[in-house]
Ligand binder design. Structure first.
Ligand SMILES: *Cc1c(COP(=O)(O)O)cnc(C)c1O
Length: 466
């Protein structure tokens, strides 16, 4: 009998194997908590994208910002792709991993110093504003050679303004600067990045940016790169229907048509008005069922608006533009697991609380919710699901809840149990993590499978085994 809806994680076979055996990684985690990183999964994700891109002239840059760990930058280096760096620190990590300047690209909001560093090192600048372009040109003049630049176009839509990229007016100014100083500004091409995984939005953006290439040719410029940024999705859940089953139950609970599933009645983005549930949940990304490779295939083959029915693949071939992609989360999909121990259990009013040995920020930015159930290590799926529990963090703060929703596990967790949160490498495990209350950041373990078993190397160590 099932007492509540579940959200089983989609696990890569390596992760499945790691969690199934009583490995040293799990024993380590029982004492503290740890982030496990699997560069082999990263490499497989990359191969899937390359397979889709085999007929397209392209370059791939891993967007480093999705995870701080050098492990994945090293994986990018070994696989022969580039890295997109968004800070001086990320640039240092990439250089230390052996990525040479020609395989790097600098994105994001840049300080004057960062612009200068990029120009000095002849690294492609994905220019975000006129201010950055002016600084890049100044530096290039003093070096007497061109700065290689992409102009990032705004991906704002009528209902939603993006803080990044140049709008019409800024873009016109930027083109004016490029035309005025061709010896110091080498315009490689145009870029955009969508903070959305919506195919329609991506096709619309591609179509708008492609129109600008036609204008650039008329002005006598010869751009050769179309950089479509990141935004390829991840798949978190094993059973595609689980998302709807859980959110339906959650909504029913909000209006009293079923048991309440959330902490203190929070709607996780849903709102109740006049007895009706409205809005979009903050966990929408966990609903996705389309893999990054499938999404990329669709992006390449769907007819583009305003291109006479031509697909992106066809337009790239016709225009001889090289496609650049900057996947972050797509390469990290399934490539990280956050393992935590159960510290204690308690009762709060009608609820059972399971307190873990890590804080909420190790798993989720504050405004989001990790909408995947953890795996309770050693508990075999019996079809019987225990009463739902809330997972709480180890910070002495009322808001330090790991989940604001009830989690239904195969049995009730007890102190000393180990829970594994699967698929946390992208933006989950360290984007918001801070050493609050003096709790250290979670150690990271690089885990590699070799046929004989798993080898785990703590981050920063040259080699080792646990
Ligand atoms: C964050 C970011 C990316 C990576 O985005 P994902 O959605 O993780 O693929 C790529 N390019 C730019 C400019 C970014 O800011």
């Amino acid at each position: 009998m099932s007492l509540g809806p579940t959200l089983h994680p989609r696990c890569h076979p390596l992760v499945e194997r790691l969690l199934a055996q009583d490995s040293g990684v799990i024993r380590w985690a029982a004492q503290g908590s740890v982030n496990v990183l699997l560069p082999q999964v990263f490499a497989e994700n990359l191969e899937r994208l390359r397979e889709v891109l085999r007929k397209v002239d392209h370059r791939i840059f891993f967007a480093h910002k999705a995870n701080r760990a050098p492990v994945f930058v090293t994986a990018a280096e070994r696989a022969g792709i580039g890295v997109d760096v968004a800070s001086e620190a990320e640039l240092r990590t990439a250089l230390q991993a052996g990525i040479n300047h020609g395989r790097l690209e600098g994105s994001g909001p840049k300080s004057g110093e960062f612009v200068r560093t990029l120009v000095d090192s002849d690294i492609v600048l994905n220019v975000d504003s006129v201010w950055e372009l002016v600084r890049a040109a100044q530096r290039a003049r003093s070096l007497r050679r061109p700065a290689r630049v992409l102009l990032r176009c705004s991906s704002s839509t009528p209902g939603r303004t993006s803080r990044f990229g140049m709008d019409e007016e800024a873009y016109r100014q930027a083109i004016g600067l490029v035309l005025a100083d061709p010896d110091h500004l080498d315009l490689l091409g145009l870029s955009f990045h969508l903070d959305s995984v919506d195919l329609g939005e991506r096709l619309g953006c591609l179509a708008r940016v492609l129109t600008r290439f036609e204008d650039l040719h008329r002005l006598g410029l010869s751009p050769r790169v179309l950089n479509a940024g990141g935004g390829l999705p991840q798949v978190f859940l094993r059973e595609p229907g689980d998302f709807d089953t859980y959110t339906n139950a959650l909504r029913a609970g909000l209006i009293g048509a079923g048991p309440a599933l959330t902490w203190n009645g929070t709607g996780l983005g849903y709102q109740v008005r006049d007895g009706v549930v409205q809005g979009v949940p903050v966990v929408q990304k966990f609903a996705n069922r389309v893999t990054a490779a499938e999404e990329l295939e669709r992006t390449l083959t769907a007819p583009l608006p305003g291109q006479g029915g031509r697909s992106l693949a066809r337009v790239l071939e016709d225009t001889m533009l090289q496609l650049w992609l900057e996947p972050g989360k797509a390469l990290l999909d399934g490539a990280g697991v956050t393992v935590a121990g159960v510290q204690s259990v308690s009762v709060a009013g009608p609820h059972r609380l399971v307190v873990l040995n890590l804080g909420r920020d190790r798993l989720s930015p504050a405004d989001q919710e990790f909408f995947v159930d953890p795996v309770l290590i050693g508990a075999h799926a019996s079809g019987v699901v225990a009463e739902g529990v809330f997972l709480a963090g180890n910070l002495c703060l009322e808001r330090d809840m790991i989940t604001h929703r009830k989690v239904f596990l195969p049995r009730a967790p007890e102190p000393g149990d180990v829970l594994a949160f699967v698929n946390t490498a992208a933006y989950q495990m360290d984007l918001s993590a801070a050493p609050a209350l003096g709790h250290p950041l979670l150690p990271k373990l690089e885990v590699v499978f070799s046929g004989q078993g798993f080898t785990a190397t703590p981050e920063g160590a040259d080699h080792g085994r646990v």
